[in-house]
Design a protein around this ligand. Structure first.
Ligand SMILES: [Zn+2]
Length: 211
């Protein structure tokens, strides 16, 4: 069983983290750039599921991010993002100026993979890390690496040089929770839901909103 994790960058010039998660929590990671590379690497592994850390949908009522389009009145935020905020988890809404390129790239890749009959889910590694009690990459690459190794990951997790690869591993982990049916799907399917793991630590998160 192979799960793919993609920590997608907004543009090909920036690093996209790519992770292959296999049985026994074995990881292989790489840094990729172009859509072509991402597609080729992903399909090569014949994954059970593809997980992408990027918004994969638009707010309901929006057809584009054009400033002059009347759809602008539908806002920048999806229900899933509101739900995360309510849980005390920081998130950038998909329609924010700095997120629009990423959102459009995510949607394009999702549609491509779905056309090839693959199941694609949207993840948000920061939320998974919060829920599972792992440090976010903002606290330093090594502390997140340590937490992932402690969780049981093996292979490239030990040598990966970028935080994007570690977030890609976290994204793939969300895919594992999804396949095991230990997940919450936040938001509106029409806007694309964000999948988060369900875990015993989650209660703590709900109680402690300052987190
Ligand atoms: Zn529009």
């Amino acid at each position: 069983m192979v799960i793919i994790g993609i920590d997608l960058a907004g543009v090909p010039e920036k690093e996209t983290g790519f992770a292959v998660l296999r049985k026994g929590l074995k990881t292989e990671t790489r840094v990729l750039h172009t859509d072509k590379e991402i597609i080729k690497e992903t399909l090569k592994h014949k994954p059970r599921i593809i997980t992408i850390d990027a918004p994969l949908g638009m707010p309901r009522g929006r057809c584009c991010f054009d400033k002059n389009c009347s759809c602008r009145s539908a806002g920048a935020m999806r229900k899933a993002e509101r739900a995360l905020v309510k849980m005390g988890i920081r998130v950038f809404p998909c329609g924010f100026a700095g997120m629009q390129k990423l959102t459009l790239r995510g949607i394009k890749l999702r549609k491509y993979f779905e056309k090839k009959k693959h199941r694609v889910i949207e993840t948000y590694p920061g939320s998974a890390q919060d829920i599972l009690g792992m440090p976010r990459k903002g606290k330093g690459l090594e502390s997140l690496r340590k937490a992932l190794i402690k969780y049981g990951f093996r292979g490239d997790v030990k040598t990966a040089k970028t935080d994007h690869e570690l977030d890609a591993i976290t994204s793939a982990l969300v895919g594992k929770y999804y396949l095991e049916k230990n997940y919450l799907a936040l938001g509106d399917p029409e806007e694309q839901q964000i999948i988060v793991p369900r875990d015993k630590n989650q209660r703590r998160l709900f109680e402690n909103k300052k987190h």
